[in-house]
Design a protein around this ligand. Structure first.
Ligand code: ZN
Length: 289
């Protein structure tokens, strides 16, 4: 069942959980995500990031994402992750995406504010919801860029007072906050500042907070983040890594058996392992374990 970002976040708010938001830039991860949600009877956000365009075009995978959401037995939001231009946001909305993230976090505040307002106006015409970002997570969604092994100095934590003004002026439905997470693989254990989340929630009348860079965070920290008011957790790198490891093992087995190497065998092994990894993440975010 296809629902909007706002609707799915209100389910999360009601249950005091976070909904997992998983990238779906290929058929294997898309199916892994939706089947995991159905197996656990949990709502899910499937998303496509603009930087994944070289993997597959939005106008090809987008309609498939919508179709899978409509057919699913659980609530599914189809969301655009890290949209960087209004043209790209419009492309996703035209396909039928029910949530969009406008990422103006690298721009000066006034420019981020002005563009986010335009994104909200645009999404309204389609009945879709908007996530925006304040503060900076450091490395980009692809996990590339700065990552020295020490503290990532490009990270700027979200200012709760500025968040209050930003949420009020833009009318967004969810706010991505920077409080210590980074995209990609952590080079050392992250130290998260949950006060940022608590204070943003207090200043904004409880805006659903989005946590990016969820891969590699401990279960305890996920639980603390949810308690503080995180309602959407973006998670992808470690599921992608789990799929890669499964494909590697399947490849090793075919080679050692002296059998021909079939790509479909690799792809199915990856899909099955990604589903398991996503189920574990979903249980943690929903505080089932
Ligand atoms: Zn992100």
């Amino acid at each position: 069942m296809l629902i909007t970002l706002k609707e799915i976040l209100s389910i999360a708010e009601e249950r005091k959980i976070a909904v997992g938001a998983f990238n779906a830039a290929n058929m294997e991860s898309l199916e892994a995500n939706v089947h995991a949600a159905e197996a656990l009877k949990l709502p899910v956000i499937i998303q496509f990031a603009q930087c994944h365009e070289p993997w597959i075009a939005l106008d090809l995978i987008g309609p498939v994402m919508i179709r899978m959401a409509e057919k699913a037995s659980v609530p599914v939001c189809v969301h655009l992750d890290h949209g960087e231009t209004l043209e790209y946001l419009k492309q996703a909305l035209d396909i039928g995406f029910t949530g969009i993230m406008y990422d103006g976090s690298t721009l000066p505040y006034e420019e981020n504010l002005a563009n986010t307002k335009k994104a909200v106006e645009l999404a309204k015409q389609y009945g879709a919801s908007v996530e925006a970002e304040l503060g900076s997570m450091g490395r980009r969604e692809s996990g590339e860029g700065v990552g020295s092994g020490e503290e990532d100095e490009t990270k700027i934590y979200t200012d709760p007072i500025l968040a209050k003004e930003f949420v009020k002026d833009t009318g967004i439905d969810a706010l991505a906050c920077s409080f210590g997470t980074t995209h990609g693989i952590y080079l050392k254990a992250p130290r998260l500042d949950f006060n940022v989340v608590t204070n943003v929630r207090a200043e904004t009348n409880g805006i659903p907070v989005v946590m990016h860079g969820g891969s590699g965070v401990s279960k305890e920290d996920f639980h603390k983040a949810v308690e503080a008011g995180v309602r959407k957790i973006n998670y992808f790198t470690y599921m992608d890594k789990a799929g890669g490891a499964a494909a590697q093992e399947a490849l090793r087995k075919m080679i050692s058996d002296g059998s021909p190497v079939f790509f479909s065998t690799l792809s199915m092994a990856a899909r099955a392992e990604m589903q398991k990894n996503v189920e574990e993440a979903m249980k943690t975010f929903a505080r089932i374990d």
